[in-house]
Design a protein around this ligand. Structure first.
Ligand SMILES: *Cc1c(COP(=O)(O)O)cnc(C)c1O
Length: 451
């Protein structure tokens, strides 16, 4: 089948006729002239009409080195000449073994085993099931609850949605979801008081809960340092350390969801590294393959893993797995990605780039309709408000964030908002000049829509 035989009009008609897009109101989509991507080069996505756009959200927070990266392309081709996929159920394969070793080396020292899956949501699902089963295997059957954070996002499957805290995405499924204990996530911009008071307040809520309920809690799940889908909310320094300390003190498992923050995004390899946090379970995905292929993983400590060992008849096995678990092409891409991280010093470059564009990003807060600008590494959120002094949000029907992102497309950059927060997450290796060009578009789009 020659994919180049179709005109834009034909493709757009077929797209509207057959494809149901994720997180997209299809009535609006079908009324629009959708952009249809055909290829990409470096930081630019190129549509079937030949127009190019900066990939300003790294194709939803995944992309690391830009597109068409020679080393990753080659690694996939090399693997393809051997085998594309064989099952990991009771059977090994070369790239999944070597990748697991690398992941254990790269992640916090507490993490020693790797369980593969295909998406971040599955990695979370697996983390929750492992934590739950762990306590059953230890005979602590009362521990059946998870602690999660207000406005958390951990994925879209029913289990990962259950530990989510965003009413817009999760509210309608409430009856399907398991119950959790929810605690506030420190959001200094929306807290009435100082940053320290905000931290203290959230910590005290956690302490209160754990004092009372710790013996029925299996684990606490957290997006370390940056709550992503909530609108790039950044926790105050030290809060993660406090949470980790409390989990340890009260003997509950700490599950770190590093799907968005992992692989250099925050200026360290993992967000946990900023505070030397050592979770019991960690979920990774997104940047793991450099934004190439759907591979995710759940890592656990030896303690957790060893609880699952026993005689076959004891039924301690972790009965979970997906068809494509441990896919060779994906693992080969991830290995090439990690090699590039090391060879090209990607993490240090993120810190450098972040510092270089920080003045430009922070200057956005001078705009009349910008209430807060948040930045950690190359994770950037710009919160738009109707009224700056009262921090009054735009009503969500006003689609202000969406309109800013539509305008950015016209100006040559693909980004996606989270409500009133405009998200800017460029590929990690973006050069300073490209970052400056992207921020210029971002600023112009905000001005054009909110003025
Ligand atoms: C994207 C994301 C997920 C879900 O990953 P998918 O691959 O989209 O299923 C989970 N947690 C966080 C923090 C994320 O950003």
């Amino acid at each position: 089948m020659n994919l180049s035989n179709y005109s834009y009009q034909e493709l757009a008609a077929k797209d509207k006729a057959y494809v149901w897009h994720p997180f997209t109101q299809m009535r609006d989509y079908c009324a629009s002239d959708p952009i249809i991507i055909e290829r990409a080069e470096g930081l630019k996505l190129i549509d079937v009409n030949g127009r190019s756009y900066y990939d300003g959200v790294s194709s939803i927070w995944l992309n690391v080195h830009g597109h068409q990266v020679a080393e990753i392309d080659q690694a996939i081709r090399d693997q393809l000449s051997k085998v594309a996929h064989s099952t990991l159920l009771g059977l090994g394969n070369v790239p999944s073994i070597l990748l697991a070793e690398k992941l254990v080396e790269l992640t916090p020292s507490s993490l020693r085993k790797v369980f593969y899956s295909d998406s971040g949501s599955e990695a979370v699902e697996i983390g929750l099931k492992i934590a739950y089963q762990y306590w059953r295997l230890k005979g602590e059957n009362k521990r059946k609850y998870f602690v999660n954070m207000v406005n958390a996002y951990h994925g879209d499957t029913i289990g990962s949605t259950s530990v989510g805290g965003m009413d817009l995405f999760h509210g309608i499924y409430r009856d399907l979801l398991f119950e959790t204990y929810q605690i506030p996530y420190p959001n200094p911009y929306r807290f009435d008081g100082s940053t320290a008071e905000c931290s203290n307040y959230c910590r005290s809520k956690l302490v209160e809960l754990l004092e009372d309920k710790h013996d029925e809690i299996a684990g606490l799940i957290i997006e370390p340092l940056v709550q992503g889908a909530a609108g790039l909310i950044m926790m105050p320094d030290g809060f993660l350390t406090d949470v980790a300390g409390l989990c340890q003190k009260y003997g509950i498992l700490l599950l770190a969801d590093e799907i968005a923050t992992g692989f250099g995004r925050t200026g360290r390899m993992f967000a946990c590294d900023h505070e030397d946090t050592t979770p019991d379970i960690m979920m990774i995905g997104k940047g793991l393959t450099g934004g190439y292929l759907p591979v995710a993983a759940t890592l656990t400590s030896d303690t957790v893993y060893e609880a699952f060992l026993g005689e076959y008849e004891e039924q301690k096995t972790f009965f979970h797995g997906h068809s494509y678990t441990g896919n060779q092409l994906g693992c080969a891409a991830a290995l090439a990605n990690i090699e590039l991280f090391q060879e090209s010093n990607i993490v240090a470059r993120v810190t450098e780039s972040s510092r270089a564009i920080s003045p430009l990003i922070m200057a956005l807060s001078e705009l009349e309709q910008v209430g807060d600008v948040r930045m950690k590494g190359l994770m950037i959120g710009v919160e738009l408000v109707q009224d700056k002094s009262s921090k009054t949000p735009y009503p969500w029907e006003a689609k202000t964030g969406i309109r800013v992102c539509d305008r950015a497309r016209e100006l040559g950059m693909i980004i996606r908002p989270l409500g009133n927060v405009v998200v800017f997450m460029p590929p990690l290796t973006s050069a300073k000049s490209d970052l400056e060009a992207m921020v210029k578009i971002l600023k112009q789009a905000i001005i054009d829509v909110t003025r």
